[in-house]
Design a protein around this ligand. Structure first.
Ligand code: ZN
Length: 110
């Protein structure tokens, strides 16, 4: 029996962690915007949501571009986003026991 998830075995679990950090920063920036909702500084209301959106989008696209399969060379995160329901793609990616594209066991990423 194979121990650990495909992401762990391929040494790419940290990428999901970095994705969550990026999403946390994005959420914190949105929270800061709400916190300062009564302030009169209009630029703050422009910069905070722009920064929050930018960080969130970058974290998302970085994750789907950076997770690679050492066997098929594909991008399993992108595959999961395209093929699976939006509510489950990340869960499927995080807990997969083999590559979501080719079903191969984890290989070192080239
Ligand atoms: Zn693969």
């Amino acid at each position: 029996m194979v121990r650990g998830t495909w992401l762990e075995q391929s040494g790419q679990r940290w990428k999901v962690g970095a994705f969550f950090v990026g999403m946390g920063v994005s959420g914190a920036l949105f929270a800061a915007m709400v916190f300062w909702m009564t302030a009169s500084d209009e630029m703050r209301f422009l910069k905070l949501p722009l920064a929050a959106t930018t960080v969130g989008i970058r974290a998302f696209f970085w994750l789907i571009a950076s997770v690679r399969c050492g066997s098929c060379g594909g991008r399993p995160a992108w595959h999961a986003v395209q093929k699976l329901d939006h509510a489950v793609w990340l869960q499927v990616l995080m807990f997969a026991k083999a590559c979501p594209i080719c079903a191969a066991p984890a290989q070192p990423v080239r």
